[in-house]
Design a protein. Sequence first.
Length: 353
Amino acid sequence: MGKTIKVAVIGCGTIARAAHIPNYLKHPDAEIKYFCDTDKKKAEQAVKDYECGTAVENYRDILDDPEIDAVSVCTPNDAHAAISIDFLRAGKHVLCEKPAARTYAEALEMQKVQHETGKVLNIGVVNRFNKSVNMIKNLIESGELGELYHIYASFRAHRSIPGLGGAFTTKSIAGGGVLIDWGVHYLDIVMYCAGDPHPLTVSGQAYSKLGRDLPNYAYLNMWAGPPNYAGTYDVDDFVTAMIRTEGPGITINGAWAQNIGTPETYIDFLGDKAGIRLQYGGDFTIYGAKDGALLETKPKYSSSDHFENEINGFLECIQTGVKLPSHIDTVIVTSKMIQAIYDSSEQRREIEL
């Protein structure tokens, strides 16, 4: 056990409660000192539920607390950059939920301030701490797939728009729709497993179709609901893109909502010796051939919670100075690609990076 790391959790919504708070509480070297939310009742409820910390409404009130070592930024996307930058400049280490920011320009400013301050800035690309993903990365690096020439990612659901009319579907808050919400995870897995190849060109198309007529959007259930029919819907609910890199080509198809009732959430890694299909959030299958026979292998292995791994890694890098794969320097390329996909769609042309 090392020195106790005192933490502030900024934003007390779903991701904070499901992932950040419980895993800080599990760690012997962490102590939550503050719960902060613009809706102070949420912060006060967190104090009550977790029996620790102090509730605050404005994060600026705790910026200069010398006892705070680190913060988790679990707010809507529009506050990621400003809050992360303010805490970095106040001398705090930061774990900011994905996406890093609404735009590539905002992410670049976050990276710039991290370089100026030297404090940790990790982004919540939690799949980099997932056992399946790391096993695939190792298989690729060891040559088991041969030449990795193409990767295809599908994150398509039938009718899964979250919080219709709310923060998720308002571009000024979220920065985008299914691409920036779900696609950021898939693109990050692709880049991580492929060794973060430098992207060269991007051609994409984003559509905002099924959710625009808010009152007539049919669905079975809604995460982050209920719908606000007086709200805004100006984000993408379907996206497709082709990315050329210095390594493998990448294609994606993603949908919060589509008029196809079969969900498809997987990533295919295509090599000339073997291929892998990763079921998102689950296990994977290896396909190959040997001695004239086709082979199919389903590895069995134990795994640990990747959110717990992420929080443990964040605390460890504060203590030791080790640079994690989730550092802003590594993952900012995903922000660059997402921005290029949106720019390509808007300008209706291929974007050179």
